[in-house]
Write a protein that binds this ligand. Structure first.
Ligand SMILES: *Cc1c(COP(=O)(O)O)cnc(C)c1O
Length: 396
């Protein structure tokens, strides 16, 4: 049996005709940039995500960039986030000319640790008495916001983190690129902080037929600012009030996303069903750490990520048996050459670094068949048995 880690062609086989029909309508109306198909998707997505306003953009990275700018982040500022994420989380901060500072993750969940955040705020910052601005003791930069990542589909500990943010006067921007329809204490992610940023990159839980993204917020003022930023800083045609960008969503993507959004709930349930099978069959295996599901939360499993100490051997063992895996993310952001200028060193963020060394994603996408999930689990079980034998042989 050959089981790919991710395969979009199965989804296209199922809904390709629906997509082609919708694409035909966009072409017939020549509604290519913004326009009615994008507006319709904005309304549908706001409703599906439980937010009052949705602004569609051309990528998740642009969504984060606009959200940060709209929250007033700019040159000289500092924004707290995690290092164990896709690099776009940090890049969006850098685009505003602010600087990221990294908080370690809460190890079983792969999301920001509220304890580490609390430590950082208590020990590494102070309130400037004159301006009442929170300042980083080391960098001397004003600390303005948190970018909270719901990684792999797992909601971060939003209650604790948002209440710390409230206490210290920080904006909270949620990076929901991997967590469409995830819920925290009954509330949809994207509505827990000030603004939620989504990506529709093809491999996300809701993927466009190309690049796209969106922001969701209940704050009308933020939504309006983001609308201006995505379209050259104009509120009305030819009234450029700020320097903006061309971050508009394609009409084609709006139409594709409206088609796919109708399937998102069912796809999410399928992902969760596969996760349950993995859990049932892999629970308690020595050397394998399963992804924890946060109590009271709905994890939507963009990826099913386990930890294995001898990851490279594990990956080639599965590969030889026809199973695809992927590593997210082999290098924490603070140790990439791109961010070496911040001065972090190995050992600074132990949980993030351990995850970067040991995390590996098993096949996960809605169209996987149950036999395939069971086959993957069986091979992982065999691997564990083989490890035990090797261990015994070493001992004797
Ligand atoms: C995909 C992703 C992004 C960026 O989204 P794009 O649409 O690819 O620009 C940002 N953050 C995280 C966590 C992601 O997974």
């Amino acid at each position: 049996m050959h089981v790919p880690c991710f395969d979009l062609t199965r989804q296209i086989a199922a809904i390709g005709d629906e997509l082609k029909h919708a694409a035909g309508r966009v072409i017939d109306r020549a509604a290519f940039a913004s326009g009615p198909f994008v507006s319709r998707f904005e309304d549908e997505f706001a409703q599906a995500m439980g937010g009052r306003h949705c602004v569609a953009v051309n990528s998740g990275t642009s969504a984060l960039h606009c959200a940060l700018l709209a929250c007033g982040i700019g040159a000289g500022d500092e924004v707290l986030t995690v290092s164990f994420s896709f690099i776009a989380t940090a890049e969006a901060i850098s685009y505003t000319q602010a600087q990221p500072a990294f908080i370690d993750i809460e190890e079983p969940y792969y999301t920001m640790s509220s304890e580490r955040l609390h430590d950082f705020l208590q020990r590494k910052t102070f309130f400037d008495r004159v301006g009442k601005i929170l300042v980083d003791r080391e960098t001397r930069r004003p600390v303005k916001a948190i970018v909270l990542v719901h990684l792999f589909g797992q909601p971060a500990a939003a209650d604790q983190i948002c209440s710390l943010a409230g206490e210290y006067g920080l904006a909270v921007i949620e990076d929901c690129a991997q967590s469409h329809l995830a819920r925290y204490e009954g509330k949809p992610v994207g509505t827990l902080g000030d603004v939620g940023c989504f990506s529709f990159y093809p491999s996300k839980n809701l993927g466009a037929c190309g690049e796209a993204g969106a922001i969701v917020t209940d704050n009308a003022e933020l939504a309006l600012k983001i609308r201006m930023l995505r379209d050259h800083g104009q509120k009305h045609r030819d009234h450029h009030e700020v320097i903006g960008y061309n971050y508009r969503m394609d009409g084609l993507q709006g139409a594709m996303l409206s088609v796919k959004l109708k399937h998102l709930k069912a796809w999410t349930e399928q992902r969760r069903r596969h996760a349950l099978v993995y859990r049932r069959l892999l629970d308690g295996l020595p050397g394998i750490t399963l992804p924890a599901e946060r109590e009271g939360s709905v994890h939507v499993y963009n990826r099913f990520v386990i930890r294995v100490p001898n990851r490279d051997e594990f990956i080639s063992y599965l590969k030889r048996r026809g199973i695809g895996t992927a590593v997210y993310y082999p290098r924490p952001i603070h140790l990439t050459p791109a961010y070496c200028g911040l001065g972090y060193k190995a050992g600074d963020l132990p949980a993030s670094e351990q995850s970067a060394r040991e995390a590996v994603a098993l096949p996960m996408f809605p169209e996987l068949r149950k036999e395939e999930v069971e086959f993957v689990a069986k091979v992982v079980q065999n691997w564990c048995d083989a490890q035990k034998c090797i261990g015994q042989r070493r001992e004797s």
